[in-house]
Design a protein around this ligand. Structure first.
Ligand SMILES: Nc1ncnc2c1ncn2[C@@H]1O[C@H](COP(=O)(O)OP(=O)(O)OP(=O)(O)O)[C@@H](O)[C@H]1O
Length: 243
């Protein structure tokens, strides 16, 4: 579904990502770990097409299309969705209106999904305005449930979410990437940034990757990598060099 080849990305004139190679097949879920400032969010923003993450070299292929220079809305139309780490507040745009626009005319599920995410009383509020950290994450997941992307990128979906709502968010994310379906019929793929690994209690991720200083340092079983980071820190990942 997604193929990244030799990607280099600049932010504000500084090369933040280099030599990024990654293949994500249909039905696979990958998790991305790494220390603060290593470039994880920059990668997701480059994959979504934000100009602030400027691609200087390499290619991104999605469903057989070269999307390296494609604008954001066309990538979204092709089936890429992003849950932001810190999404912007959109004053003057009601959440309900945004969901109706995102649903491309099929608004039948908007209220049902909003209720499921405990966001039905937020539909008349401006997007993210005054929302708590956990409410923002529930709102972002709700938007993805309506968008139904084939490839879902999630930037720290656990951050700011209390334990009770973590189950709600975690199960909704599992639904987004069809973890409730048998592996053979699963069509959706995901790339999830996590520091804590809490999301792994709700989705069985297939592959884990560690990013340090703007490039991948290790690939492997997500739970094994997480355990190693918990016990020995990222130093071990850098030395491991299992790339
Ligand atoms: N707009 C910007 N201007 C200058 N530097 C930036 C900008 N955006 C990102 N950076 C820098 O790029 C580097 C990578 O940032 P990025 O947000 O991708 O890291 P991250 O791995 O997602 O970190 P975290 O785990 O803390 O969220 C950091 O050094 C950051 O300061």
């Amino acid at each position: 579904m997604l193929e990244i080849e030799d990607l280099h990305v600049e932010v504000e004139g500084r090369e933040v990502l280099h030599d990024i190679n990654l293949t994500i097949r249909e039905g696979e879920t990958h998790v991305l770990m790494g220390p603060n400032g290593s470039g994880k969010t920059t990668l997701l923003r480059a994959l979504m097409g934000f100009g602030s993450s400027r691609i200087t070299d390499g290619t991104i292929t999605f469903k057989g299309h070269d999307i390296t220079k494609m604008p954001i809305h066309e990538r979204a139309q092709l089936g890429i969705g992003l849950l932001f780490q810190r999404p912007p507040t959109i004053s003057g745009l009601k959440l309900g209106k945004l969901l109706n626009v995102t649903s491309h005319g099929d608004t039948s599920h908007v209220e049902e999904y909003a209720r499921r995410m405990n966001m039905d009383t937020f539909l008349e509020r401006d997007v993210n305005k005054g929302f708590s950290g956990g409410e923002i994450k529930r709102s972002e997941v709700l938007q993805l449930m309506i968008q139904k992307p084939d490839f879902v990128m999630l930037d720290e979906p656990e951050s700011g979410v209390d334990l009770e709502n973590m189950a709600l968010v975690g199960n909704a994310i599992a639904g987004l990437i069809e973890k409730d379906q048998h592996i053979i019929s699963r069509k959706k793929s995901g790339l999830i940034i996590t520091h804590t690994g809490y999301i792994l209690d709700y989705i069985d991720a297939d592959f884990g990757h560690v990013m340090c200083d703007g490039t991948f340092k290790c690939h492997g079983n997500p739970r094994e990598i997480l355990k190693s980071i918990q016990l020995k820190g990222y130093k071990e990942c850098i030395e491991c060099q299992r790339v």
